[in-house]
Ligand binder design. Structure first.
Ligand code: FMN
Length: 255
């Protein structure tokens, strides 16, 4: 059942070198393009990387995440109004896609398509992991991929045969993300209760990685929330990446 398949998803971070059969890759890509898409426009492109030398270059641009070197396939999903713009121009239609709204619409479509690809890959026994580093390093990746105006890399899927067996990761209780009819803001006690399990699970998981444990101790961090704010996603890094992304949006004609 689709439900069982979705609910057993685990991000995989350790891969075998075994290549992915072409027939399966074709189906993964077809499934991506079968996703709902705004106006049936498909304002996205998918860049395939298989070549180990190119993966080694991308490894540097993805903050040296080891799985980039291991997995035989990377799919980089780009928000892309370039193709649509060209088609409109060929047909004497004036394109009006150079704005923030179109970037957001295209980026939404990217993630729906990527998730179809991810679920299909998993249905073939493959593992996947999304790369948040695509957004963080989008300016350098756009340069690396030689993206023209209108094209911005926004996410990457690492795909390959899993070389690890993991437990399911916890999620917030469903009641914690649901609101009846209107948004009901959270009281302090409700937030504390919702995050209680995650606080212990996440902390123990991070402390089990020697590199991360050393960073956590060095930063004087004492709880999971501080791991997020002071170690994993620091204010300076977020501010710098945001600034660079705004520049990229301008360069690619979205602002
Ligand atoms: C958009 C996005 C970006 C992500 N980026 C990374 C990443 O750069 N590195 C990584 O190890 N995991 C990454 N992940 C995986 C998440 O850490 C993972 O989904 C989360 O911890 C929940 O675990 P699960 O997918 O195994 O249930 C990303 C997930 C998403 C949706």
């Amino acid at each position: 059942m689709v439900y069982d398949h979705i609910c057993s998803h685990k991000s995989i971070r350790s891969y075998k070198e075994t290549p992915i059969p072409n027939g399966e890759l074709d189906k993964i890509l077809e499934a991506a393009t079968r996703a709902s898409t705004s106006g049936n426009i498909q304002p996205y492109s998918i860049i395939i990387t298989k070549n180990p030398e190119n993966r080694a270059e991308l490894y540097e641009l993805h903050h040296r995440q080891e799985m980039i070197l291991q997995a035989p396939l990377l799919l980089t999903f780009c928000t892309d109004w370039n193709r649509m713009t060209k088609w409109c121009e060929l047909n004497n239609a004036k394109p009006t896609w150079d704005n923030l709204l179109c970037f957001l619409v295209g980026t939404g479509d990217v993630f729906i398509a990527a998730q179809n690809a991810a679920l299909t890959a998993e249905s073939f026994g493959l593992g996947i992991c999304y790369m948040g580093t695509t957004l963080n390093n989008a300016p350098k990746l756009a340069k690396y991929f030689e993206c023209p105006k209108g094209v911005i890399p926004v996410t990457t899927l690492v795909i390959g045969y899993p070389d690890e067996d993991l437990e399911l990761r916890g999620r917030l209780p469903i009641k914690g993300i649901l609101h009846e009819e209107k948004y009901q803001d959270y009281s302090d006690s409700a937030v504390a209760e919702l995050y209680q399990e995650k606080e212990a699970e996440g902390w123990n998981r991070y402390m089990a990685y020697p590199d991360l444990k050393a960073k956590i101790e060095e930063a004087g961090v004492t709880n999971l929330a501080q791991v997020y704010t002071d170690v994993k996603y620091t204010a300076n890094e977020n501010a710098d990446a945001s600034k660079a992304f705004l520049e990229l949006l301008k360069e690619k004609d979205y602002l």
